[in-house]
Ligand binder design. Structure first.
Ligand code: MG
Length: 255
């Protein structure tokens, strides 16, 4: 495992990039409405990033073990899709859907990563509760992202908060981020107190719980990217890029 500690200049660039990414995602979220296609949202996110002079981090990204590169800028996962949904002109959002928007941005050579799940119009009470719980799980994980704590403390706090009320996706996890879109260490959304990599000031990590209303199991679709729940239940995903400091954690993907 190679942990990359970012220097002052790099941290400043990551702060700028994180703010730009958050601003783009807020604009994209405002476009979410019944009748909008996921391809339109992707194009909008892509254009906003390019207009800002930055690069979309996911477009043409080829994860290890994948035979083809990711074909879009934004990952859009609807309802029972957990992550990595590929935008399509044929995929039209409907009232009552929940939509996870996951976006990465490269600013002056450095990467930040951010995701939110938003409602399409009015959604059910169960969906609202899922969104709120996942967002809260992220904030509880971030609270543990402190120098001297470990990766296990983050996962432990998230798992304890969820307490069996939702399925926590185990095959996917948060990760270091900055020089590359995915760096060491992995940050699982479950864990044991005090276990795993120690957190050090200057580390930059993406924390990203994914919670399912039903079971934790996942299925990958034949497109090779889209991951959905094995039981068809709805899933939500929230993610921030966070800087470990000598003091409180600093959320970089925020305006
Ligand atoms: Mg990520």
């Amino acid at each position: 495992m190679s942990i990359i500690i970012k220097n002052k200049e790099e941290i400043e660039i990551l702060r700028q990039g994180g703010r730009r990414l958050a601003a783009v995602l807020i604009k994209v979220a405002k476009k979410v409405a019944p009748g909008v296609t996921t391809a339109e949202l992707d194009k909008y996110a892509h254009d906003l990033i390019i207009e800002g002079g930055d690069e979309p981090a996911f477009l043409n990204y080829k994860p290890e073990g994948q035979s083809r590169a990711y074909p879009a800028s934004l990952c859009i996962s609807v309802n029972n899709e957990i992550v990595h949904g590929i935008p399509k002109t044929s995929k039209v959002l409907k009232e009552g859907d929940i939509v996870s928007l996951d976006l990465g941005l490269k600013h002056k050579g450095l990467f930040t990563d951010h995701a939110i799940t938003v409602p399409v119009g009015e959604i059910s009470k169960a969906s609202k509760q899922l969104l709120n719980a996942t967002k809260e799980a992220l904030m509880i994980g971030i609270e543990e992202a402190r120098a001297g704590n470990t990766v296990g403390d983050i996962g432990y706090a998230i798992e304890k908060f969820v307490a069996g009320k939702y399925g926590i996706v185990r095959e996917l996890s948060g990760h270091g981020v900055g020089k590359k879109i995915h760096e060491d260490p992995y940050i699982p959304n479950y864990g044991k107190r005090g276990k795993g990599q120690k957190l050090i000031p200057g580390m930059v990590i993406a924390i990203e719980p994914m919670l399912n209303i039903g079971k934790a199991g996942i299925i990958t679709l034949s497109d090779g990217y889209t991951i959905k729940t094995s039981d068809g239940s709805r899933s939500a995903h929230f993610e921030h890029t966070v800087l470990i400091t000598n003091d409180a954690p600093e959320i970089l993907t925020m305006i």
